[in-house]
Design a protein around this ligand. Structure first.
Ligand SMILES: Nc1ncnc2c1ncn2[C@@H]1O[C@H](COP(=O)(O)OP(=O)(O)OP(=O)(O)O)[C@@H](O)[C@H]1O
Ligand SMILES: [Zn+2]
Length: 971
């Protein structure tokens, strides 16, 4: 037995080296004439490559490691082996620190390994010690662990690692050992350069593993991806082998973990979910059951697998795309550790691709913004992600792609990937996918909602999972959990207490952002009672606005608009002091965008629409000859908020309104109609948003300008006061609704109204404008389904569909669609605050004025009345209200009815996927309206009976073929 083997046994208890690379690396380091670069995957035994030489050499080995936690782990491990290893770090008790320094300063220090962070090694306080060790020739090696941190191309770049180049220069004659897990070629080169490694000897584990079979399946092409997954899992697990196998399915979100696990179990393969949302006990159970082969499949977020070294993993599936090829290699590499044939599959979807692309770019932008400059290396995550995408979309050997990415030579795949096995099949799949994407249009795949949270830290790391944690997956220890529970309990307790005190809105427990949250500062709880969900709603509203107003030509880049929306949302978030202010500002921004778009469209169409304008706005006064889009497309009530002092904002509490009203009463006498004074006063303070009065200037037809528009003089204070008082009561009521709405997140479908009832303005319009957010837009948005849309007007084109709203909401139910906080909020707050004549319509809900209703012909003309809305859901879904059953409906309106009818079924889990729910809604809408004049009542009845008939035959809708035979006669 050689001396090195003896040392291996003596110090570490190992009989042999783990691999040839490990042994070779140890020998090279001991030889000491060259720098050494160790590239081995996590768990391959890299640490031994410097620890063993440190023990056989005389002197001290300085080990640079990026995290104190990692250092402590290593030191504890070595101490347990009786290896003289210590660390100097900021967490060290002073006595221990003095003891270590004293040893280092002694003539022959006992210490063999000194672990230190790059920050500490560069700190002035450590310099005398370092210089002394150096001068006395007591430094045996410089080991740089997690060396990829030195690379600005790596995900874990640490600026302090760059200083190691200088350190290296100072330690002339001290051999350097750099260690990292498998790194892309680009990163390897960066490490060598930055650490000034002198033609290092590289010891790298080849990335090619011939026992792993790689393939990629385009998920969107599958009739039922779950069935497909099941077949794959069954085949991979074999069943008749003596050795029991198991598998991992990686998903990005907790929801998909749950869903996939549920599906697989239901279809016949027991599977358990594993994610940060589970209670600690359940999570441990999942892991234990899987580790002990009680449950063959674990469906997990990427946190799972760190430290899990199970030999018989027969397959690793990525239900969602990994964020980089390096990550994918790492995660898929958990298959087949026993060397037996195993499979790695990606269920690829361009939706994933676009979502990730967006998130990565967003993250890059964020970094650059923070730094205030751009760097070439900022693009690294994007490049790594592109490598991942290329892996999926390429026509070529998957193994070769991986090897090339890591700078390895092309391996002999020998049919261990789908392309090498059957290139024709891969090409055919790509062709089908291309055809599908052409059919569905580029905008489809750019759906911004997606189950992923960007994690800039993702990179191959150490045992501690350094670089692997995701912001919401860092569940930590049991204690952390109990802390969390305490917090939750505390919050519940406070909630209950506030309920008892009859406080109007109970404080919500903050629900942290999901993986897919695209908001900036998503976890911030700075604004009380503002939920992540509400913010997401607002974000989607903003993005829809941007997207719609940009026109179809730019739809393919919806991530751009999303990007912009994210910025706008964040800007509003930062500037807002309360939830209401926030929502108000969002809505205001939405209205501004809509107005400017509508105004420009209206401008263009003005000549064409003169006729219609004359009819529709008979009682409206054109604004200096300008006819706004909202005037063209709907009839409006006049003077919402007329007489209220100006506010750019859309939300105001009843209390605020009362206060303002009182102030206003006083002020009105003093300075009636002093626009400048009013302008000053309308500056928002705290929770209070003051009303902005109607304007008569042409400028008003341009987007609302928050604090700059000129308020209208109060022409008749006494009369206004009376009206105001009435409206205050309404506002109070509506604010309650808003609060309830936001409190409950999803509520009250009955609040919304769609239809063709149009109320003509009753009040005399003293001002005319079209600048406020218009309800036609909003209602149309709610009742419109893009997929079934036959657009009849500008405003409809500008509106996102019900389905889109559902998609973005991530819940896909119409209840949620109609309960879009932003939309809802917009309605309610406009009760009190809008100045649009059309919107003033709402304000009179407590004592609805006599209305003349009429049915408009082609153009979808809808309006909003809270009183009517109270009964709307019943009217639309549950029963027919007089006068509406014979209302002809457009396809969009039919879709709205269908979605409402279907919604309860979706909620009960009667649809396997949201897409199915949507497809079925689409199918029914067409079925019920095509080739005939469809009436509201009839559509509703037919929809209900068709749905009933449908679900009387099947328990749950699993695929599109389920409704193949469904016809109108089926009901
Ligand atoms: N020759 C060997 N024989 C048996 N076990 C070994 C051998 N060398 C290392 N190990 C063990 O393998 C495990 C992983 O080793 P080590 O921590 O060095 O991995 P690593 O490659 O540094 O991983 P990481 O990337 O997490 O830092 C440790 O438990 C270590 O004790
Ligand atoms: Zn191949």
């Amino acid at each position: 037995m050689s001396a090195i083997h003896r040392a291996l046994k003596t110090h570490f208890g190992f009989d042999q080296f783990r691999s040839q690379q490990q042994e070779d690396a140890v020998n090279a380091v001991i030889k000491g004439d060259r720098d050494v670069f160790v590239l081995m995957p996590t768990g391959a035994g890299k640490s031994l490559c410097y620890q063993l030489p440190a023990l056989v050499a005389s002197g001290i080995t300085l080990v640079i490691s990026p995290l104190i936690a990692l250092i402590q782990d290593q030191v504890e491990h070595l101490k347990a082996l009786n290896v003289p290893a210590r660390s100097i770090n900021s967490k060290l008790p002073p006595a221990e620190r003095r003891q270590i320094l004293a040893d280092l300063e002694s003539e022959s220090p006992r210490l063999k390994l000194l672990y230190i962070t790059p920050e500490m090694v560069a700190s002035p306080s450590f310099q005398p010690c370092l210089s002394s060790l150096c001068a006395r020739g007591l430094l045996a090696y410089l080991a740089v662990d997690e060396a990829h941190c030195v690379s600005q191309w790596g995900h874990d770049f640490r600026p302090d690692y760059l200083k190691l180049g200088d350190l290296r220069s100072r330690l002339q004659g001290v051999p350097c050992v750099a260690l990292t897990a498998t790194a892309p070629k680009r990163v390897q080169q960066d490490i060598e350069r930055s650490l000034k490694l002198r033609s290092p000897l590289v010891f790298a584990t080849p990335v090619f593993r011939k026992n792993l079979k790689y393939d990629v399946i385009f998920r969107d092409l599958l009739p039922d991806p779950y069935v497909h997954l099941l077949a794959f899992a069954k085949e991979a697990l074999g069943g008749n082998t003596a050795e029991k196998g198991c598998g991992i399915v990686y998903c990005r979100t907790r929801e998909s973990c749950e869903e996939v696990a549920h599906k697989l179990t239901k279809l016949g393969i027991p599977a358990k979910p594993y994610h940060a949302g589970l209670k600690v006990g359940d999570r441990t159970d999942s892991q234990t059951d899987w580790m002990t082969d009680k449950v063959p499949v674990i469906v997990a977020t990427i946190s799972f697998g760190m430290g899990v070294d199970k030999a018989n993993v027969r397959f690793v599936v990525h239900w969602n795309l990994a964020k980089s090829l390096a990550s994918y290699y790492q995660e898929s590499g958990r298959a087949g550790r026993d060397g037996l044939p195993s499979s790695c599959r990606i269920y690829y979807s361009p939706k994933d691709r676009d979502q990730l692309n967006f998130l990565i770019r967003k993250e890059i932008g964020r970094k650059q913004e923070k730094r205030g400059s751009e760097k070439e290396q900022d693009k690294a995550p994007l490049m790594d992600f592109e490598a991942m995408v290329a892996f999926c979309e390429q026509e070529g050997c998957r193994h070769a792609t991986i090897s090339q990415f890591f700078g390895n030579p092309k391996p002999n795949c020998a049919g261990a990937c789908d392309f090498c096995r059957d290139p024709k099949l891969v090409r055919a799949q790509l062709a089908r996918a291309a055809a599908l994407s052409t059919r569905t249009g580029p905008g489809q795949s750019a759906e911004p909602r997606g189950p992923f949270g960007f994690d800039p830290e993702l990179y191959a790391g150490g045992r501690k999972g350094y670089g692997f944690e995701r912001h919401d997956e860092e569940w930590g220890s049991e204690e952390d959990d109990s802390e969390k529970r305490k917090k939750v309990f505390g919050s519940l307790f406070r909630k209950q207490m506030s309920l008892r005190r009859a406080s109007d809105v109970a404080k919500e427990t903050f629900v942290p952002p999901d993986d897919d949250c695209m908001l900036r500062d998503a976890s911030s709880q700075r604004i009380p009672r503002l939920t992540v969900k509400s913010r997401e709603h607002c974000l989607s509203l903003l993005q829809e606005c941007l997207t719609n107003h940009r026109g179809a030509a730019e739809l393919s880049h919806s991530s751009d608009t999303l990007d912009e929306a994210v910025e706008i949302e964040h800007e509003i978030f930062r500037a807002s002091k309360s939830a209401n202010l926030y929502k108000a500002s969002v809505l205001k921004r939405v209205s501004e965008m809509k107005k400017s778009a509508a105004a420009s469209v209206a401008e263009e169409k003005r000549s064409e629409s003169n006729e219609e304008t004359a009819t529709c706005s008979s009682s409206s006064q054109p604004l200096d000859g300008f006819t706004s889009a909202s005037q063209v497309y709907s009839l409006k009530r006049k003077r919402v908020g007329a007489g209220f002092r100006g506010s750019s904002s859309l939300f105001q509490t009843a209390g605020d309104l009362l206060k303002n009203s009182q102030k206003e009463t006083l002020a009105a006498d003093k300075r009636p109609g002093d626009p400048i004074c009013e302008e000053e006063e309308q500056v928002e303070t705290g929770e209070t948003l003051q009303m902005k009065s109607s304007k008569t200037t042409p400028a008003d037809s341009s987007p609302i300008k928050a604090k700059t528009s000129t308020a209208t003089p109060l022409s008749s204070p006494s009369k206004k006061l009376t009206k105001k008082q009435q409206k205050l009561a309404e506002a109070a009521k509506d604010m309650r609704r808003i609060s309830q709405y936001f409190g409950k997140k999803q509520v009250d479908t009955a609040q919304m109204k769609t239809g063709s009832v149009i109320s003509e303005p009753e009040e005399e319009a003293s001002q005319n404008h079209s600048s406020s957010p218009n309800h036609t837009d909003l209602i149309t948005k709610i009742s419109t389904s893009t997929d079934v849309e036959t657009s009849t007007g500008v405003l409809q084109q500008q509106s996102p569909s019900a389905e889109e709203m559902a998609n973005r909401d991530g819940t896909s139910t119409n209840t949620e669609i109609t309960a879009d906080p932003a939309v809802q909020g917009e309605h309610h707050q406009s009760d009190a605050q809008r100045k649009s004549p059309k919107q003033s319509h709402e304000n009179r809900s407590p004592s609805p004025p006599a209305k003349r209703s009429r049915v408009m012909k082609d153009t979808k003309r809808v309006t909003f009345d809270p009183v009517v809305q109270e009964t709307q859901f019943d009217t639309v879904v549950n029963g027919d209200a007089a006068g509406t059953s014979r209302t002809p409906v457009t396809l969009k309106e039919a879709a709205d009815i269908v979605v409402r009818c279907l919604d309860p079924f979706y909620k009960k889990g009667k649809f396997a996927t949201k897409d199915l729910f949507k497809s079925f809604a689409r199918f029914l809408s067409h079925l019920l309206t095509e080739g005939k004049t469809a009436y509201r009542g009839q559509v509703k009845m037919e929809a209900k009976s068709l749905i009933k008939s449908f679900f009387s035959r099947i328990q749950r809708c699993e695929s599109e073929t389920d409704w193949r035979h469904l016809k109108v006669e089926d009901r």
